[in-house]
Structure formats: structure tokens, C-alpha cells
Write a protein that binds this ligand. Structure first.
Ligand SMILES: [Zn+2]
Ligand SMILES: [Zn+2]
Length: 373
């Protein structure tokens, strides 16, 4: 069976631009893709034919050979290469966004591409006051750093690494998945294309190339942070590979509870216990706010549950250092449990004086009783 002209296969002119060729191929590939035409031999053949045409016409050198010598110029063994496996990597490039080839186009460069180091997460515990004011903290960062003995090569002095026998140094292996060949990172060498034999490994890192280290790091914590927030310290994660940048360090904030205040966003809440006489007669209470001691005036006749609001006595807001929430104080009138002799005398006297009021209460109680009888 004779081959059709590649330009005819793609339905483009002989002087078509690379863009026109790509566009024509993409349309055909989408139309005849096996996923869309399951068990259709004709579609599969048309799909392969379009792929073959594209593999030649998208390559300037092969296209030149084809224009000059026709199919003979690009046949397998002619030196320019015909329809081979490499065409599949072209699929990944061009169809990646249509058919979910996540690794589309990565195959050729994965081995040498600089890789960013892993990002790290670490807990950072702060006191309530530290979170409120912001602070400087020294944290111990645990991370992998390049081995100093072998300067990150993983090799013994004078030893050399070998080309990985699993992937032949490509760093990637091809996995046949039905009609497609999909590239995956080689597990034997981790995508580096090189392996180190056990006897050639660095005595310090045993070929791992890095070593776990703990280093102190000074960080500045912004005022107003809260539990669960993450502080990003750029470039303080694990080092990158092949010249790639280091990862980042994320400090996960945990703010310790305060014995007196509860926090909700930028507002603070607290209960203030006051005695019966303070509640009845009015009083002034010194409140140790985060901003310093402030005086709260409690008016006469204050009941349990009465709320007082101290404006701007709450938490600062992250990134807005001059904005503060409010402090809400809830009065709790405390009934005394231990009283001395003098207090007892006074309370008894008070009870006596209250007798008149209580008589009023009694009469109300009597009315209720009568109602039910
Ligand atoms: Zn390998
Ligand atoms: Zn080493």
C-alpha cells in the first residue's frame, strides 16, 4: 500500500507555516483520537497517519528531506528517521491540554532541569503577648543540606557515578499504556540518569548527597498573628537539585492560651468577677489589658452578664499595625462563700433592712399560690 502525501494527509498547502501544520494536525488528532473512537480500526489508522505526517512536517530538517526526496527521504534507516516512537512525545506536547498528559513535553529535559527543593513546615509556638506585639524568634530548622564531605555528589573521593542501567541515562522510562507510550521518572536513579555503586558512596552521607542538619534561624513575627496562620520564610526549605532554588520554610503559628483573655479574630473577651457590694455600689476596676493597665468604671446596680466594651483594647490586626479590635468584658457578680464574723454581722443587718422589700416579694408569692389553690 503506497503512502499518501503528508501535506495531503494534513490537508495543508506545501508552503504551509509551522503554525498551520500544527493546527491542522491538532484538529485531525482530536477527531480520530482512539479515546473518541474506541475499537475503530479506520480511525486508528487515520490517527497514526496524521501523527506520522506531523512528525515529519513539524521537523524542519525532516520536512526539507521530504520536500526533496519524498517518502524515501524520511524512511526509517535513511538517517533522517521515519515513523518511530519519538512521534508519541509529540502527541504529549500537542495534546497534553486535551487528554490530560500531565507530563506533556517534559521527557526530553527532565534529567537536566533544575528542581526546587522541598518546602518544609514547622510549628512555632508563641505566647499571647508575643502574638500581640510581634517578636523576633530564634527557631531551630531541621532540614537536609548538601553533604560537605562530597560537596553534594554522593561520591567517595576519586569515584565516579555510572549511567543508570534501567533508563540508560535518560532519567525517564517509557511505559506502554494501550496505544500510547507514556514517560515516567525512572525509579532506579530518581530521574538523574546516574547511579552510584555501593563501594563508591561517600562515607558521610552514604550516597544520599545530603545530610540532616539543625540550624538556628532568626525570624521576625508580625504583630497580630493567630493560631493556624503560616509564616513563609523564603528559601529556608530544603536545597534545590541541579542548581534549582531552595524550597521555602513555613512556620505554622500556635498561640498559647491566655489565662484571662479569649481571642476571636481581633476582639478579646474576658469575664470580670465583682463582689455583690461592688455591683450594688459602683466601683472602679483595674484591667491588665495587653496595652497596659486600664481602669473600668462599673456603675451601681450592675447585674451578672452586663457587658462592657473597651475600644481598641483588643488584638492588633496583621498588616495594619495601628488597627486594633475591642475588648469585651462581662461582669460576673460573685456570691461570697467564705465570710468572716464582721461580714456576717453586716449581711444579717442588711437582710433585716431588706425585710420590707422581701415582704413585698412574699405578697407576690402568696398571690401566685392563691391562683393555683
Ligand atoms: Zn534511571
Ligand atoms: Zn557525602
Amino acid at each position: 500500500m503506497s503512502k499518501r502525501d503528508y501535506y495531503a494527509v494534513l490537508g495543508v498547502e506545501r508552503n504551509a507555516s509551522a503554525q498551520e501544520i500544527k493546527k491542522a494536525y491538532r484538529a485531525l488528532a482530536l477527531k480520530y483520537h482512539p479515546d473518541k473512537n474506541p475499537d475503530n480500526k479506520e480511525s486508528e489508522d487515520l490517527f497514526k497517519e496524521a501523527a506520522e505526517a506531523y512528525s515529519i512536517l513539524s521537523d524542519t530538517e525532516k520536512r526539507g528531506m521530504y520536500d526533496q526526496f519524498g517518502h524515501a527521504g524520511v524512511a526509517a534507516g535513511s538517517g533522517a528517521g521515519g515513523f518511530d516512537e519519538s512521534v508519541f512525545s509529540g502527541f504529549e506536547d500537542i495534546l497534553g491540554d486535551f487528554f490530560g498528559f500531565g507530563s506533556g513535553g517534559r521527557r526530553r529535559s527532565a534529567r537536566n532541569r533544575p528542581q526546587q527543593g522541598r518546602s518544609l513546615e514547622q510549628l512555632l509556638t508563641l505566647t499571647f503577648q508575643e502574638a500581640f506585639e510581634g517578636c523576633e524568634k530564634s527557631v531551630e530548622v531541621h532540614r537536609a543540606e548538601p553533604c560537605e564531605t562530597c560537596t553534594g555528589s554522593g561520591l567517595k573521593t576519586g569515584a565516579k557515578s555510572h549511567t543508570c542501567s534501567t533508563c540508560g541515562g535518560m532519567g525517564q522510562v517509557q511505559v506502554q499504556s494501550g496505544f500510547f507510550a507514556i514517560s515516567r521518572t525512572c525509579h532506579a536513579c530518581g530521574g538523574r540518569g546516574q547511579t552510584i555503586s555501593p563501594s563508591d558512596r561517600c562515607g558521610t552521607c552514604h550516597g544520599a548527597k545530603h545530610i540532616e542538619k539543625t540550624r538556628p534561624l532568626d525570624v521576625t513575627v508580625t504583630a497580630g498573628v493567630d493560631t493556624g496562620m503560616k509564616l513563609k520564610v523564603r528559601g529556608q526549605g530544603e536545597p534545590g537539585a541541579l542548581g534549582g532554588p531552595a524550597g521555602d520554610l513555613y512556620l505554622v503559628i500556635k498561640v498559647e492560651d491566655h489565662e484571662f483573655f479569649k481571642r476571636e479574630g481581633e476582639n478579646l473577651f474576658a469575664r470580670i468577677p465583682i463582689s455583690f457590694s461592688q455591683a450594688a455600689l459602683s466601683t472602679e476596676i483595674e484591667i491588665p489589658t495587653l496595652h497596659g493597665v486600664e481602669t473600668l468604671k462599673v456603675p451601681a446596680g450592675t447585674q451578672t452578664g452586663k457587658q462592657f466594651r473597651m475600644k481598641r483594647a483588643g488584638f492588633s490586626i496583621v498588616g495594619r499595625p495601628h488597627r486594633f479590635g475591642d475588648l469585651f468584658l462581662e461582669a460576673v457578680v460573685v456570691t461570697p462563700t467564705k465570710i468572716n464574723k464582721r461580714e456576717r454581722e453586716l449581711l444579717e443587718e442588711l437582710a433585716e433592712i431588706e425585710g420590707d422589700h422581701i415582704t413585698e416579694h412574699k405578697s407576690v408569692f402568696q398571690k401566685v399560690k392563691d391562683f393555683f389553690n
